[in-house]
Design a protein around this ligand. Structure first.
Ligand SMILES: *Cc1c(COP(=O)(O)O)cnc(C)c1O
Length: 386
């Protein structure tokens, strides 16, 4: 190939026709964005989405996804991060500085707590854990150094639904910014901004992706100044998401609510059935009467995700519970949730929380989109192993 023809492969004369419309936005891939002239280069300001400047600052694909996630959450602005965990870290890094303190629910998503414990601590930011079931516990922990309160509903793995309204009221009374991890609610079960939260973070990895095949997170706000603070930190940290990943989420987004309610229906039916099994001492599902925080779930939510945990009766040892988990066939052993495949993880509570809130071994079930009867039969045959 001559050098001349190589140039022709790069600088081609083709201009796509205007007027092409399709249900999905195109996959626009770029690090470099080309400007028609220097004046345009100087005039464009990615902070306000008045033009495209560099792939890291957004493309038509990622801007579209940001607008749709903002809509889903009832917010006004949104930034995308490469995972849910990086979205948590972004909020922390954007809002906290040396001498500040962040308060985190004791039952929060573990890696978010680890980020505070191991990374924020190195920058002189301290964290403390509060009891999310008790707004008075939060009030007692707030000091003049408290700059951020994380909220999560329900708690990770143990599934307690907190008094979100009470917690937000306490933070507001002290003028402290609140950030909600809304991954479980997914913008469907309840409206975090209507409850008064300042920031809504979402692991899009779960329900919006819906496939178990993409990692992404979002940080949504309703306040322009708060958004800009997060957006500038986002840019300076160099956080970007790939166009193909954004496309996967855009493709699944329209069916998020339908899938969410399908996961919810099957999960609730199986949770009720498991309550009646003698091998199970406790079912932890916020929509079930008797589960911790059920009254708060009832006053806050119109739906529940397809996620719940069971305490296997303490008369069965850890090895027996492992055998039960290994005997499951449709439930696959793996982390995460929100995809079509049902998943199971046994958790060692004493190593996660001290003191451990329940006796026995905890098994978390993420209900996928399989037929309820098939999942029930799978649980039944595996329980017989106990
Ligand atoms: C999965 C999850 C995250 C982290 O999302 P990743 O994309 O896996 O990093 C954060 N919070 C909650 C509640 C989650 O379930």
């Amino acid at each position: 190939m001559s050098e001349h023809s190589t140039t022709g492969l790069i600088h081609h004369p083709y201009v796509p026709p205007a007027g092409f419309e399709a249900p999905q936005v195109g996959v626009h891939k770029a690090s470099t964005v080309i400007f028609p002239n220097v004046a345009a280069m100087r005039a464009r300001d990615w902070r306000y989405k008045n033009g495209y400047t560099y792939g890291l600052h957004g493309t038509p694909t990622t801007f579209t996804l940001e607008e749709r996630i903002a809509h889903l959450e009832g917010g006004l602005q949104c930034v995308l991060a490469p995972s849910g965990l990086s979205a948590i870290a972004l909020v922390d890094l954007a809002l906290l500085q040396q001498g500040d303190e962040v308060l985190i629910p004791a039952n929060a998503y573990g890696p978010g707590k680890d980020f505070a414990k191991h990374e924020l601590a190195r920058y002189g930011v301290s964290h403390r854990l509060y009891d999310p079931q008790d707004p008075a516990s939060l009030a007692a922990q707030i000091t003049p150094a408290t700059r951020l309160v994380w909220l999560e509903a329900p708690g990770s793995v143990t599934m307690e639904f907190p008094d979100l309204k009470g917690l937000v009221a306490v933070a507001r009374a002290h003028g402290v910014t609140t950030a909600l991890d809304n991954t479980w609610g997914a913008g469907i079960a309840f409206d975090g901004f209507a409850l008064g939260c300042d920031i809504v973070m979402h692991a899009l990895t779960k329900f919006p992706s819906g496939g178990g095949d993409v990692l992404m997170g979002s940080v949504t706000t309703r306040d322009e100044a708060l958004h800009l603070k997060i957006k500038m930190a986002h840019s300076r940290l160099g956080l970007g998401v790939a166009a193909n990943d954004a496309e996967l989420v855009l493709r699944s987004l329209p069916s998020t609510a339908l899938r969410y309610h399908a996961h919810d229906r099957t999960a609730r039916a199986l949770a009720v059935w498991l309550q009646g099994r003698q091998e199970i001492s406790r079912v932890l599902h916020p929509a079930l009467p008797g589960s911790p925080g059920h009254a708060h779930w009832q006053s806050t939510c119109s739906a529940a995700a397809g996620l719940f945990s069971v305490m296997v009766d303490a008369r069965y040892g850890g090895a027996q519970v492992d055998a039960f988990v290994d005997a499951l066939k449709l439930f696959k052993l793996g982390y995460s949730w929100g995809g079509p495949v049902s998943l199971v993880v046994p958790y060692d509570l004493p190593s996660m929380r001290s003191p451990a809130p329940y006796a026995g071994t905890l098994v978390r079930l993420s209900i996928g989109l399989e037929a309820e009867a098939d999942l029930r039969a799978d649980l039944e045959q595996a329980l017989s192993v106990l």
